[in-house]
Write a protein that binds this ligand. Structure first.
Ligand code: SF4
Ligand code: SF4
Length: 226
């Protein structure tokens, strides 16, 4: 899932200050699960903005609602006329949501209400950890299911580096060395010999370094006549 956290309230208050009709728009998928931008968070933020504006004697309205996914035209289309009725939308979706909204409906003014941090999973209640950087050429089959791109500070493919000590990364004692984890994992699988195979330099053109990526599946593509 995509993980995000709400921007500081002060920052959001500054962004919405020039506007009168404000919509806080939640997103019903990843940000709902990570408790940053679902209906509950949208209502809470709308209430906080509203209280602040009343205190400051600022005119206007603040409403909140949520759509299933802000990153899909089909869900935006269901509420597009309603969205056009606001001066500004504070999107609580990940960074994809605001961009999809303005690409699909250019007259909308959309502000980011959350900071998108990573792709990962909830390790425990209230704790989310990053697990994938979307490199475009997954190597988990070589590393026992532990991602060295994400979890090694240097994203090296033939680790560990000389900074690894007692299972910890040179970043600090609270950071596991990814390659130590990979070593232990491969040992448990009886595949330590895999570490003797030198991995060639990674082709980073499949990652973000190669520019904006587009995935095309001709077998499921629908001609929209655009
Ligand atoms: S190797 Fe790449 S695609 Fe696979 S988990 Fe790591 S960053 Fe994600
Ligand atoms: S100590 Fe381990 S995790 Fe840290 S940079 Fe070196 S190989 Fe990567």
């Amino acid at each position: 899932m995509i993980i995000a956290e709400r921007k500081p309230l002060e920052k959001i208050l500054d962004m919405v200050a020039p506007f009168k009709r404000i919509c806080v728009l939640g997103c019903g998928t990843c940000v709902t699960v990570c408790m940053a931008g679902g209906q509950k968070e949208a209502e809470e933020l709308a209430a906080l903005i509203s209280i602040h504006r009343k205190k400051e004697n600022q005119e206007g309205t603040v409403e909140a609602f949520t759509i299933e996914r802000q990153c899909e035209y089909e869900y935006i289309d269901q509420v597009v006329e309603r969205l056009k009725g606001y001066d500004v939308i504070v999107s609580l979706a990940c960074g994809v949501g605001p961009q999809t909204l303005v690409e699909h409906v250019p007259e909308l003014r959309v502000l980011p209400g959350v900071n998108t941090t990573s792709m990962g999973y909830p390790k425990e209640q209230g704790v989310w950890v990053e697990r994938c950087l979307g490199c475009g050429d997954c190597v988990l089959h070589l590393t026992g299911g532990i991602c060295p791109i994400t979890r090694c500070a240097k994203s090296i493919l033939n680790g560990p580096c000389g900074g690894s000590a007692e299972g910890k990364c040179e970043l600090g004692k609270d950071v596991d060395c990814a390659w130590h984890l990979i070593h232990d994992r491969l040992a448990s699988l009886g595949r330590l010999g895999d570490l003797a195979v030198i991995q060639p330099p990674k082709d980073w053109s499949t990652s973000h370094h190669g520019g904006v990526r587009t995935t095309v599946r001709e077998d499921v593509k629908v001609d929209r006549g655009e």
